[in-house]
Design a protein around this ligand. Structure first.
Ligand SMILES: CC(C)(COP(=O)(O)OP(=O)(O)OC[C@H]1O[C@@H](n2cnc3c(N)ncnc32)[C@H](O)[C@@H]1OP(=O)(O)O)[C@@H](O)C(=O)NCCC(=O)NCCS
Length: 198
């Protein structure tokens, strides 16, 4: 039985694991990375750490099988990343040469580049989110329910809108966002940015 609940700090290892197991355009990226934590260090953990009230978990009898996580304010999140989250990781993982084409090296370069909020989205869509469900939890209505749960939490904070980025190869993700009412805001070299007014 699938159930949605609030995040607690003991869920953190599952966030890293699910981020990895959905990290190849929605498919399992486990075999692509030597270090299983690198994806989650950027795309999952800092959100749960800095705004745990905006992280929600899907669980079944086997354990945690999905999450949605977000920041209410992407500019504030960018500052948190620069000042608190990324400095120790940059020490732990020194910058890699651009000639190193491994997925680990590319992810470490992302940790050094950091997160930059898009100023053109800040007024109308200040929040942004990530959502990932393991294969066993997909296509059962949980993605939509997680979205509704997060939207309610963002509305309660008075947030006007939320955006997200999806890689061009993730056709399932793109179709899901379109189906549940997100609007295409921007096309980037790496994929698409969608938004939803709250
Ligand atoms: C993308 C993802 C979040 C969608 O969640 P989900 O639980 O599988 O989707 P749901 O079952 O909640 O679907 C909700 C609605 O969207 C529709 N939908 C879902 N996937 C769809 C698709 N590929 N094409 C068309 N419609 C789709 C469903 O039919 C459903 O419609 P309804 O409400 O009218 O019945 C989930 O599949 C997932 O985590 N995938 C792997 C990780 C990933 O790609 N994350 C996004 C990274 S940007």
């Amino acid at each position: 039985m699938l159930q949605i609940r609030a995040y607690t700090p003991k869920d953190m290892p599952a966030l890293y694991q699910i981020c990895l197991e959905t990290g190849d355009s929605g498919a399992d990226a486990t075999l692509l990375y030597s270090n299983p934590k690198l994806l989650g260090e950027f795309y999952a953990a800092p959100y749960a750490k800095s705004e745990p009230e905006l992280t929600f978990i899907v669980e079944d009898e086997l354990g945690v099988c999905g999450y949605i996580l977000a920041t209410a304010d992407s500019e504030r999140f960018a500052k948190y990343m620069e000042l608190e989250w990324l400095p120790p990781l940059r020490q732990q993982y020194p910058i890699t040469e651009s000639t190193d084409l491994s997925r680990d090296a590319a992810m470490i370069r992302i940790l050094h580049q950091g997160y930059q909020a898009d100023p053109s989205l800040q007024a109308e869509y200040p929040a942004h989110l990530h959502i990932d469900l393991l294969a066993r939890a997909q296509k059962k209505g949980q993605g939509k329910q997680l979205m509704q749960t997060l939207f309610a939490a963002l509305r309660a904070q008075g947030v006007s809108g939320v955006h997200l980025g999806v890689g061009a190869k993730n056709q399932n993700g793109i179709a899901f966002y379109q189906h549940i009412g997100f609007t295409l805001l921007e096309t980037k070299p790496w994929g698409l940015v969608f938004g939803m007014k709250l």
